[in-house]
Design a binder for this molecule. Structure first.
Ligand code: NAD
Length: 266
């Protein structure tokens, strides 16, 4: 079988570089081009020493030259939509990892995928362990009445609570279909974290940490803890590579990895 031809948009960024490395190790994929605003050369040397691929700050130019099957985007919320439109017009399937997309953006990607008969996988978190942690938390929250989330991140993270913690709390509440119980003293105490859907979220920021989240649930005489620890950017790669394989096969929008992992129906 021919390898899937992939272009990386944002190839010189942290995620882009990790992905270029990962793609070089896949026998069923081939990186054929790279795009980044910071490009100063017209080619990129591949980290496995296998040669060079075209590099440009202009996506259109690269797509026309190398005609990939899939474009993976790890850029910025401002850069992603123009890139999605250009790629869709070229009939290129999409894998979008860039965060900060609005609900309108997601709708627009869905319409573009439909109109151009391409596949688009959009996932706010490609770490398989994080996806599983959220899935298990949703399941557990249906049966245990109390839940709290402790999220721990490096000291440079600007937002708190983390986006993953907020999504976890909302998804747990939606799956449960009724409010979580809260301890009676909770409202009066100052240090109970941020309450989202009846779940207190506690944020820890310390050097030495990367991205960690523990969902603790409580019932009579028992607790259940579900914890995910992400210790490097490599954690995202199996999910991104899965999305590349599926984007080339599926048509239309797939949001999140749950359906690709068989956890939920599309
Ligand atoms: N979905 C996930 O699992 C996941 C995981 C990690 C990061 N992210 C997201 O991925 C994005 C990138 O993260 P990062 O840490 O690699 O950031 P980064 O700043 O290291 O890299 C972004 C790259 O995009 C390039 N870029 C910006 N605007 C561009 C444009 N108009 N055209 C071409 N290139 C452009 C920049 O030059 C830079 O090299 C962020 O939105 C981040 O939140 C998502």
């Amino acid at each position: 079988m021919k390898p899937i031809k992939v272009v990386v948009h944002g190839a010189l960024g942290r995620m882009g570089q990790t992905l270029v490395n990962a793609l070089c190790r896949q026998p069923d994929m081939q990186i054929v081009g790279a795009v980044d605003l910071k490009a100063t050369d017209d080619s990129l040397s591949l980290p496995d020493g296998s040669g060079r691929v075209p590099l440009s700050s202009k996506l259109e130019l690269i797509l026309t030259a190398v005609q990939p099957e899939v474009m993976v985007d790890f850029t910025t919320a401002e850069a992603v939509m123009p890139a999605v439109r250009t790629a869709a017009e070229h009939g290129v399937n999409l894998v979008i990892g860039t965060t900060g997309l609005t609900a309108e953006n997601i709708k627009a990607i869905e319409s573009l995928a439909k109109a151009h008969k391409i596949g688009a996988v959009v996932a706010p978190n490609f770490a398989l362990g994080a996806v599983l942690m959220m899935h298990l938390a949703k399941l557990a929250g249906k049966h245990l009445d109390y839940a709290e989330i402790i999220e721990l991140h490096h000291e440079r993270k600007v937002d708190a609570p983390s986006g993953t913690a907020l999504s976890t709390a909302r998804a747990m509440a939606q799956a449960r279909g009724r409010p979580f119980s809260t301890p009676p003293a909770g409202k009066k105490l100052a240090s109970r974290g941020e309450a989202v859907e009846g779940i207190s979220i506690h944020s820890v920021r310390l050097p030495g940490l990367m991205a960690h989240q523990e969902v603790m649930l409580g019932g009579e005489g028992q607790t259940l803890s579900i914890r995910h620890d992400q210790i490097s950017r490599e954690a995202f790669m199996p999910g991104v590579l899965l999305a590349v394989r599926e984007a080339a096969k599926q048509k239309g929008l797939t949001y999140g990895l749950e359906s690709l992992l068989g956890l939920e129906k599309k």
